[in-house]
Design a protein around this ligand. Structure first.
Ligand code: F3S
Length: 399
């Protein structure tokens, strides 16, 4: 791999051990994936934040790295944590987990990372432009970044996204290269997509068949930002898909061509996807909305659906803190709170210590959350549209 004299100096430790460690990680990855060189990045989104996921070993690793004195060279934001960083006590998060989580955040802040704790960095200011190289962790954000924005990132892990943020560079391989952004499979969508949950079910169907291929979609007539966020999260969860194109819609779709290998998705396929995601359940003790974190539009829609109602199930509405604050400013939080719902920032139903809350079932509009709720938290799951989720939270039963 060709390194510039400045990069060589960083690797040799001339800028200190924190940057040296970062460069060692980037160069090691570059060698594994046969990169020719490093490329400057516009931003980093750092994953590996929740204490629930990284534990004491991760905490010690980060504190040690932070003690070396290196700070980020580019804008760097953080993925969700295990608790609401400000209101963990009020929402009943365990104190021991909260305290360790706060230490993790401190370590990241020491390294110059913004403690945004959200998986929708593109909604709160970490918004690269078309063609920018970035180093993002968090699979749903990666799919959004590559596909909808047209910026370029590989699927980074915690240490590699942090290393790239510190050095301001990443190894130039994979989806940073134009030739790897071409479609490998065409999906012809022949079923209506009426909700974000339908996009999630489609993501399940395609993810199971598409592996980690670059997908070219035809036949998708409309999609909101919110649909696309749920779609990318599902594609990434069920298939490790980091880039897709939608004909007539996404920025690179017009500069690539569909491949002849085509899979058709029908209404029956979508029904089958719902059938495979869902588990049997009747009573519902937990409804969670916001995987990926809710946008302001979703906060508004949730509030409107809850106007004048009261809840029988626990409802968590999860979002980024700036979006929570904007919702409060606009009064969008009032109907949610009046109905008995909780608006929780910084964390989510997947990376929080959900077992501590004693839930057995979850209804959500996120296919990604269904997967992890079942496999990580052992919950019975149901995927439904946002409106149906609200109905279920109000009645307390799945009908
Ligand atoms: Fe975000 Fe948590 Fe879902 S990090 S994409 S809300 S699993």
């Amino acid at each position: 791999m060709n390194l510039t004299p400045d990069e060589e100096a960083t690797l040799d430790g001339e800028k200190g051990p924190g940057y040296q460690k970062a460069m060692e990680i980037i160069v090691a990855l570059g060698k594994i994936y046969e990169a020719d060189n490093l490329v400057a990045i516009w931003s980093a989104q750092v994953s590996g934040v929740s204490y629930q996921n990284i534990g004491d070993a991760g905490l010690e690793f980060l504190e040690e790295w932070a003690s070396m004195g290196a700070t980020c060279s580019v804008q760097a934001t953080l993925n969700p944590a295990a608790v609401d960083l400000r209101s963990w006590k009020e929402f009943g998060f365990p104190e021991d987990i909260a305290r360790k989580q706060l230490r993790i955040i401190d370590a990241y802040v020491k390294m110059g990372i913004q403690p945004t704790c959200t998986c929708v960095p593109y909604l709160i200011g970490n918004l690269p432009q078309f063609g920018n190289h970035v180093a993002w962790g968090e699979s749903s954000a990666i799919a959004y970044c590559n596909s909808i924005i047209g910026a370029r990132t590989n699927r980074e892990g915690g240490p590699s996204s942090l290393a790239a943020g510190l050095v301001g560079k990443t190894a130039n391989y994979g989806l940073h290269l134009t030739e790897n952004r071409k479609p490998e499979l065409t999906i012809q969508v022949e079923c209506p997509l009426k909700s974000g949950a339908d996009f999630g079910a489609l993501g399940y169907f395609v993810g199971k068949r598409g592996g980690n291929k670059v997908i070219y979609f035809q036949g998708i007539r409309r999609a909101t930002l919110e649909d696309l966020k749920l779609f990318g999260a599902s594609l990434a969860t069920y298939g490790s898909i980091a880039l897709y194109h939608i004909e007539g819609f996404t920025p690179e779709a017009s500069i690539v061509s569909p491949v002849s290998k085509t899979v058709i998705v029908t209404e029956d396929d979508l029904k089958q996807a719902y059938g495979e995601i869902n588990s049997p359940l009747a009573r519902v003790d937990f409804v969670a909305l916001g995987c990926p974190h809710n946008s302001l539009e979703e906060m508004k829609a949730i509030g409107q659906s809850l106007q004048g109602k009261s809840l029988k199930s626990e409802l968590w509405v999860l979002t980024a803190r700036p979006i929570k604050e904007a919702a409060e400013h606009l009064g969008l939080d009032k109907p949610i709170l009046a109905a008995g719902g909780k608006i929780i920032a910084d964390t989510c139903m997947v990376v929080a210590p959900i077992k501590e809350f004693g839930f057995h079932t979850i209804v959500t509009n996120s296919a990604k959350a269904c997967f992890y709720s079942q496999n990580l938290h052992n919950l019975q799951v149901r995927l439904a549209s946002l409106e149906k989720c609200i109905d279920v939270a109000v009645s307390g039963i799945w009908s």
